[in-house]
Design a protein around this ligand. Structure first.
Ligand code: NAI
Ligand code: MG
Length: 489
């Protein structure tokens, strides 16, 4: 793996020897089965699909493709576990299982991190430093609420719903599983979880831990597969709740499919967040925040700061600093600890991003990419990219690209910044960079975004609710709010 990136003038300052994370301790199975009633079972169709390592384009393992019949079996298992065990268990005991799972994730964190990077392409720095610790933190946090629901929602006598169907994406595979499972289990529901087809391996590892924790069989069932498997879960008549994170397109399908049924739904969909830099901001800190907000995790982040709005007086200096910093970013082997930007998750996502790179140029924006080398090995790579002189009507400004691509616009006044920030179909998140507290409050009140970070970006905590406005979906995950969608009150 080339250990160096950047132009000649950066070579001396920014070359690092390779520092690969050891993957020798990882034993992947050749084939992963479905996890139903606490056991690993073969799919009824006998069909399997491959999950690849996007950094090489080569297969890692075969994974069971769950059909409608498998979903039915899993939902029945979840219903039985709900009726016979989980709903009858004292809340304190429920909490103990979840605490145990949280501790086991911590103990096995390194293994989870390496598998996450192998299967999904994200840099090990991210999976080890962000994804896995946050996943464990979510289980710890919600385990604590299990026996305190009457205090969380006084005078409402909260009770569980029953069986939750949960469908998750590929950008934060284990973390999204934690966001879904932890509140559902803490509130006394049982679950059928459908991981994304390109990143099922950490969910299957989690299934092994769930077995080791002695969870009552059927409390958590994991059925792998693609869109059809997810649709079978959405359409199953005995599911009480659907929680979905993914594309707005599939979110709309789910909303239609559940209309007129008793099913509760929460949808966490896409975003097109604006990161807004005012002239009085700490500029270097802001540049670092912009870089983190769009390039970390390959831009596969629903709340990525994919638009930069910069005040005109500091535009030139910010763009120069951004370009300089981009030149130091290292694209390459996800398992190398020096890597900033790992592999794009799939060939399909790579094609989407490349189409937007062409489109942005055709629309008249000026493209800048860092000059770092990228591996030529059959893996999926994109250099960090900027689009300058983008205008509000450009599709690269309006649509979610879900890659390391930043569209830059400028503004003069606070009002103009707010108008531009709000002018998309999405409303998931935003960032404000300024020295003035009053400006932060002014902006946060006027912007239609579920999460707004001030002088920082992409910071997560299990206690803080997360979710969007408009086409970014509805319902909140995280914090006390994250318990509500799983409760009758
Ligand atoms: P997707 O929405 O198709 O996939 C997300 C999950 O939904 C996967 O588990 C998938 O198997 C499942 N799914 C697909 N079709 C379904 C259906 N009809 N019924 C039920 N479940 C279904 O997203 P995809 O195609 O992987 O990515 C497309 C775009 O979506 C990305 O380019 C990105 O813009 C956006 N996206 C947003 C995410 C977010 O975190 N908000 C996560 C992943 C993708
Ligand atoms: Mg994979």
């Amino acid at each position: 793996m080339p250990a160096i990136s950047g132009k000649m003038e950066f070579d001396t300052a920014w070359s690092y020897a390779p520092a690969p994370e050891n993957a020798d301790h990882i034993v992947l199975k050749k084939r992963y089965e479905l996890f139903i009633t606490g056991k690993f079972v073969k799919p009824q169709s006998g069909k399997y699909f491959e999950t690849l390592n996007p950094a090489t384009g080569k297969p890692l393992a075969k994974v069971a493709e769950g059909s409608e019949a498998d979903i039915d079996k899993a939902v029945k298992a979840a219903r039985k576990a709900y009726t016979n065990h989980w709903s009858k268990l004292p809340a304190k005991e429920r909490g103990k299982y979840i605490f145990r799972l949280a501790r086991m994730i911590q103990e096995r964190a390194r293994e989870f991190a390496v598998i996450e990077s192998l299967d999904g392409g994200k840099a090990i720095r991210e999976s080890k430093g962000v994804d896995i610790p946050l996943a464990a933190a979510h289980f710890f946090y919600y385990a604590g609420w299990a026996d305190k629901l009457n205090y969380a929602f006084p005078n409402t006598n909260p009770s569980s719903l029953g069986v939750a169907g949960q469908i998750i994406p590929w950008n934060f595979p284990l973390l999204m599983a934690a966001w879904k499972l932890a509140p559902a289990l803490a509130t006394g529901n049982t679950v059928v979880l459908k991981p994304a087809e390109t990143t099922p391996l950490t969910a299957m590892k989690l299934a092994e831990l769930i077995q080791d924790c002695d969870f009552p069989p059927g409390v958590v069932n994991i059925v792998t597969g693609a869109g059809a498997t997810g649709a079978a879960l959405v359409n199953h008549p005995d599911v009480d709740k659907i929680a979905f994170t993914g594309s707005t397109e599939v979110g709309k399908l789910i909303r239609r499919a559940t209309a007129g049924t008793q099913k509760k739904i929460t949808l966490e969909l896409g975003g097109k967040a604006a990161n807004i830099i005012f002239e009085d901001a700490p500029l270097d800190q802001a540049v670092e925040g912009i870089i983190n907000g769009i390039y970390f995790n390959q831009g596969h982040v629903c709340c990525a700061g994919s638009r930069l709005l910069v005040q005109e007086s500091v535009k030139e200096v910010i763009i120069r600093k951004l370009k300089d910093r981009m030149e130091t970013l290292i694209v390459g082997d996800p398992l190398d600890k020096n890597t900033d930007i790992g592999a794009i998750n799939s060939q399909q996502q790579l094609a989407t991003i490349e189409a937007y790179l062409k489109l942005g140029q055709a629309e008249g924006a000026e493209m800048f990419q860092s000059s770092c080398p990228v591996p030529q090995n059959g893996g999926y790579w994109v250099r960090p990219t900027l689009f300058l002189n983008a205008s509000q009507s450009h599709r690269i400004v309006q649509e979610e690209i879900f890659g390391p691509v930043l569209a830059v616009q400028s503004f003069r006044t606070v009002d103009e910044a707010v108008k531009k920030a709000n002018n998309t179909h999405y409303g998931l998140s935003a960032g404000v960079w300024t020295d003035k507290g009053s400006k932060i409050f002014q902006m946060t009140q006027k912007m239609r975004a579920g999460v707004i970070w001030a002088n920082t970006y992409n910071k997560f905590d299990p206690t803080a609710p997360f979710g969007g406005y408009k086409e970014s979906g509805f319902g909140r995950e995280g914090g006390l709010h994250g318990l509500m969608p799983y409760l009758k009150m």
